[in-house]
Design a protein around this ligand. Structure first.
Ligand code: IDP
Ligand code: MG
Length: 138
């Protein structure tokens, strides 16, 4: 059993796609073990994406992530990190496979509707960024 962090990003929450995205995730067999809606301020968005701080899109990305509420979700399952990344699709929705969340919902490479952890170490950091132990069910 593995854990991964999903974020439903501001573009998707704004368009009332939270339920549709959670439906796709649950239909794929990933289990929701923690969930909350939050609004990050700019500092919090910068902290979450600190690995990208040298990238040219860092300023725009963090402003976008702080532009409205997001939904943070911890997903559990066998091989959950890889399975959820496959379900999300490529970062750029024009490159994403048919049937993936980003292919169906994303607006652009930046406003791509969802985040997913990419490795066990990043998943541990990202989950702890949003949730404490009491907020996660077993
Ligand atoms: P990922 O979300 O598919 O793991 P990353 O490379 O980790 O992609 O980038 C983090 C986020 O930064 C992306 O989901 C997207 O919102 C944004 N991003 C990545 N590359 C670009 C870009 O070239 N232009 C604008 N935004 C980008
Ligand atoms: Mg990433």
């Amino acid at each position: 059993m593995e854990l991964t962090l999903c974020l439903i990003k501001p573009d998707a929450v704004r368009r009332d796609l939270t339920g549709s995205i959670l439906f796709m995730i649950q239909k794929a067999g990933l289990k929701v073990v923690a969930l909350k809606m939050v609004r990050l301020d700019l500092n919090q968005a910068q902290g979450f994406y600190h690995v990208h701080r040298e990238r040219p899109f860092f300023g725009e990305l963090t402003e976008y992530m702080a532009s409205g509420p997001i939904v943070a979700v911890v997903l559990a399952g066998d091989n959950a990190i890889k399975r959820y990344r496959e379900l999300m699709g490529a970062t750029d929705p024009t490159q994403a496979d048919e049937g993936t969340i980003r292919k169906v919902f994303a607006l652009s490479k930046q406003e791509n509707s969802v985040h997913g952890s990419d490795a066990p170490e990043t998943a541990a950091f990202e989950i702890s960024y949003f949730f404490n132990a009491m907020e996660m069910v077993g």
